[in-house]
Design a protein around this ligand. Sequence first.
Ligand code: ATR
Length: 268
Amino acid sequence: MSATLDITGTTRVFGVIADPIAHVRAPMVFNPLFEARGTDAVMVPVHAPADRLETVLDGLKAQPNFGGLAVTVPHKLAIMELCDEVGRQGRLVGAVNAVRFDDQRRMIGDNFDGAGFVAGMRAEGHEVTGRSVLQLGAGGAGRAIAFALADAGVSRLVIHNRTRVKAEELAAAVSAAYPEVPVSVGAADPDGCEIVVNTTSAGLHDGDPLPIDAKFLQPDVLVAEIIMIPERTRLLESALSSGCKVQYGRHMLDKQIDLIGEFLGCFQ
Ligand code: ATR
């Protein structure tokens, strides 16, 4: 990649920390952005086996030119525990996906999964503030998105999950954090909600069931997906053929990259 050709002694170093490491995509995403924006920075893979995580972080912390990390599997929870400070969404979700080292080399973490979804919606002209939302799924991604939707001030959030107790737990946690937002557990039926967001993994693989019965996809409902591959999931195909507006999964990642880059300060 040509971005690496421009690395000099002044280049600020950022990383993506994971184990295993070979599959990480952040270097392929951030380095072309640094190059396009003329930013003197590089994003490198940092392979940190779980039993050496603290040692690796201590070493990075000791390097004044190391700015911070995108965090991925399996370290999102463990790194949160090691942070000196964690932003509100990170604390609510219970996991961080970015950490930066501040001037005192303190480790500051936060989670941008949900904020990326909300920003991605807005970037496509789909405001969530004041809108009613049916969220399908209450797994890891669903947790981040539910808190971010509440933080953005949706008028109503209904959570449906195949395993109901997880929806109940998430609804209770969101309600406790955002008492001003009406949050409930409901059926996989928009029932007046303006936006349906699929945070389940149903749609990743051929033959997966639809996470909601297609008969509920009326043209006045906006259907948002967070699955990126395939770009057009069966859910989005059904929504489009019913005349619904749709939001593709890739916008969440695009905006997460912007938000994480801004948080790490790597685009300066
Ligand atoms: P992620 O980190 O990607 O969110 P996860 O935490 O494993 O992954 O959560 C997967 C979500 O997709 C869960 O809400 C899961 O429902 P359960 O809690 O009942 O397992 C949901 N999910 C997965 N496959 C599904 C399917 N075939 N139909 C409906 N929901 C499904």
